[in-house]
Design a protein around this ligand. Structure first.
Ligand code: THU
Length: 163
């Protein structure tokens, strides 16, 4: 038996340490929360995606009376990029959340389905997507790649075509 280890490095910034680009993307993710449709969870999530062209694409969580029919902010934003900007690379995504009902006392990290969906875009564009997460005390955490959030992913390359 061999014991193996995975190390994930990420950066934590105070608001003052952020670049203008990072701070703007976080602000845009907060703005994206305004269009959240979340009457069931009261949990507003916003995502802002920076394309290589400099354009910013926003997404927010969209809930439904039939709960599983809703969609998370990250997937709303990234699928919008796939639909409307299919040939533009994605440089970064910023994610933030707020609630009138709950105190957010931790960092909001994307759910597993969003991580898998975002990873597909890294494969498709063959380059990393940075992830900025806004924490409770206004600190921001930055990961260099979606792979850092999903270190052992489901990946079709794992299967060899035998035909
Ligand atoms: N939600 C997101 O938008 N992103 C995530 O990564 C996790 C959860 C949304 C889905 C639902 O509208 C609400 O937050 C509560 O789960």
């Amino acid at each position: 038996m061999k014991q193996k280890e995975i190390t994930i490095r990420y950066n934590e910034y105070t608001p003052k340490e952020l670049s203008t680009l990072q701070s703007n993307l976080i602000k845009q993710s907060v703005k994206a929360q305004e269009s959240s449709h979340s009457p069931y969870s009261n949990f507003r999530v916003g995502a802002a995606i920076l394309l290589e062209s400099g354009e910013i694409v926003l997404g927010s969580n969209q809930e439904n009376a039939a709960y599983p029919s809703g969609l998370c902010a990250e997937r709303v934003a990234i699928f919008t990029c796939g639909s409307n900007h299919p040939s533009k690379k994605i440089n970064a995504i910023a994610i933030s959340a707020s609630s009138t009902k709950f105190d957010l006392n931790e960092l909001l990290a994307p759910c597993g389905a969003c991580r898998q969906s975002m990873l597909e875009f890294e494969y498709k564009q063959n380059s990393n997507i940075k992830v900025l997460l806004k924490g409770a005390n206004n600190q921001v955490v930055e990961f260099g790649s979606i792979k850092d959030l999903l270190p052992i992913p489901f990946n079709c390359d794992a299967f060899q075509n035998i035909s």
